[in-house]
Design a protein around this ligand. Structure first.
Ligand code: C5P
Length: 222
């Protein structure tokens, strides 16, 4: 029997990360945070002094990434070559670098099998940009999660404030728009809903409302 996959794609800041982990937790399914793999590839490149323009070298870094996602004291950790980089890969700069390396076809293909390996019983929630279009094209339920750029910038701003990080709403909006443009306009695996995806605009929805809606949809399909 096939392992069920729920794909959740969409632009940065739409709440995919939060929603995906809550849905995975509720279902008891595995979680793939594919963006983390691109962030980690860029992080490893910077660590080893590899240029973000050197496609072949970046692809070989991606293919041999030494990462682990252990849970320590109930908290999920991200280890790169044994070093905890959970915070380092979440900065705006790390996201910017990730979106650069993610535009390189050889990097994407180097990460393809690694992403598919996450598909294990009892099921997988896969969070990214091309989960429904490229990585898991046969997934029975595909969601495209969006929100207006202004709302996404506002959410990011509140998150940063809560973490005690200084930020400006207008520069966050500009960064979000620049990253959207890069992700939707690249030639390989551009960000777009799969033909059979259900688009959910979360601009006016709370997190629990979105989680409930997804669980309902899954129950209808399953
Ligand atoms: O989702 P997250 O913000 O962590 O992703 C960082 C960057 O990685 C995105 O801006 C995008 O360029 C890239 N990415 C991708 N394909 C995915 C997930 C992320 O190209 N499946």
């Amino acid at each position: 029997t096939k392992v069920p996959v729920l794909t959740i794609d969409g632009p940065g800041g739409a709440g995919k990360g939060t929603i995906s982990s809550l849905v995975a937790e509720r279902l008891g399914w595995h979680l793939l945070d594919s963006g983390a793999l691109y962030r980690l590839t860029a992080q490893a490149a910077v660590k080893h002094g590899v240029s973000l323009e050197n496609e072949a070298a970046l692809a070989s870094i991606a293919a041999s990434l030494d990462v682990e996602f252990p849970v320590e004291d109930g908290l999920p950790c991200t280890l790169l070559e044994g070093e905890d980089v959970g915070r380092a890969i979440r900065t705006e700069q790390a996201g910017e670098r990730a979106s650069k390396v993610a535009a390189l076809p050889q990097v994407r293909s180097a990460l393809l099998q690694r992403q598919r390996d996450f598909c294990q019983a009892p099921g997988l929630v896969a969070d990214g940009r091309d989960m429904g279009t490229v990585v898991f094209p046969d997934a029975p339920l595909k969601i495209f999660l969006t929100a207006s750029a202004e709302e996404r910038a506002r959410r990011r701003y509140l998150q940063l404030q809560e973490a005690g990080v200084d930020a400006s709403l207008s520069s966050l909006l500009k960064e979000i728009q620049a990253r959207d443009a890069r992700d939707t306009q690249r030639s390989v695996a551009p960000l777009k809903p799969a033909d059979d995806a259900i688009t959910l605009d979360t601009t006016r929805l709370s997190i629990p409302e979105v989680v409930d809606r997804l669980t309902e949809l899954l129950a209808q399909r399953g």
